[in-house]
Design a protein around this ligand. Structure first.
Ligand SMILES: [Zn+2]
Length: 239
């Protein structure tokens, strides 16, 4: 049992129809989905599954299943129970997802403005952060904002490229995030390229052009330990 990961080919898909494959206490599995499961630091999607008669199952979170191509849609308690074989219409919470896409893509820029190994990261709908192995004195909020916003203002189309495991092994410098190694074993690895700025393995959802981020502000910079300096950002236009 596998789920077609439609968000991988088109992160802007908000809706689709799918067939229910299984319903267990762990969640609802579908033959294809536009819901991104929590992973790579990015929060899982919420939204709704609409039954033919107009009955909705609220999805409060999305998680990976036992294998990378299985996705568990978590229904709100008390939701109608779907049956395997029925067809549903999927609707993600798009405003929330779009904020996640903008913040996620902004972190790619942040990892280039701050040239240090990334030790961790997280993307929530309202804020995102990266942790760096860097000396605290190297982090200046005003400079980080100015340089990141200059890249955003200039704009650049993002591209998804795939390389083989062997090609990635030959270019270990592509992997900036020490805590999140790209998934191997499938034979190929997905990369996000921002031409002239960044190229790194990433399975998340990104905006098509970095200009869509509009702008960021640094919320805080703090030490989380000797090798962990945390830079937290938000979108400058929204709260
Ligand atoms: Zn990414």
């Amino acid at each position: 049992m596998t789920t077609e990961l439609m968000f991988r080919e088109d992160a802007y898909l908000r809706t689709a129809t799918a067939r229910v494959l299984a319903v267990t206490e762990r969640g609802i599995e579908l033959d294809r989905t536009v819901f991104y499961p929590q992973g790579g630091g990015q929060a899982g999607d919420g939204g709704r599954l609409l039954r033919a008669p107009g009955e909705a199952v609220e999805i409060i979170d999305t998680r990976k299943g036992d294998t990378p191509d299985r996705v568990l849609h978590l229904p709100a308690p008390g939701s109608p129970v779907l049956q395997p074989g029925e067809t549903v219409t999927l609707e993600i919470d798009w405003p929330r997802r779009y904020r996640l896409m903008r913040l996620h893509t902004a972190l790619h820029l942040l990892s280039c403005v701050i040239t240090a190994p990334v030790t961790g990261g997280n993307i929530a709908p309202d804020k995102a952060r990266l942790d760096f192995d860097i000396d605290f004195s190297q982090l200046n909020a005003e400079r980080i904002e100015r340089e990141t916003n200059a890249l955003i203002a200039a704009g650049a189309a993002t591209e998804t490229v795939w390389i083989t495991d062997a090609e990635l092994d030959a270019q270990p410098e592509l992997v900036k995030t020490m805590s999140v190694q790209p998934p191997r074993g499938a034979g190929r690895v997905r990369l996000l390229r921002i031409p002239g700025i960044d190229l790194q393995p990433c399975g998340g959802t990104h905006v098509a052009d970095i200009a869509e981020i509009e702008g960021i502000r640094v919320l805080k910079i703090r030490s989380e330990g000797k090798r962990n300096k945390r830079v937290e950002i938000a979108l400058s236009g929204s709260g």
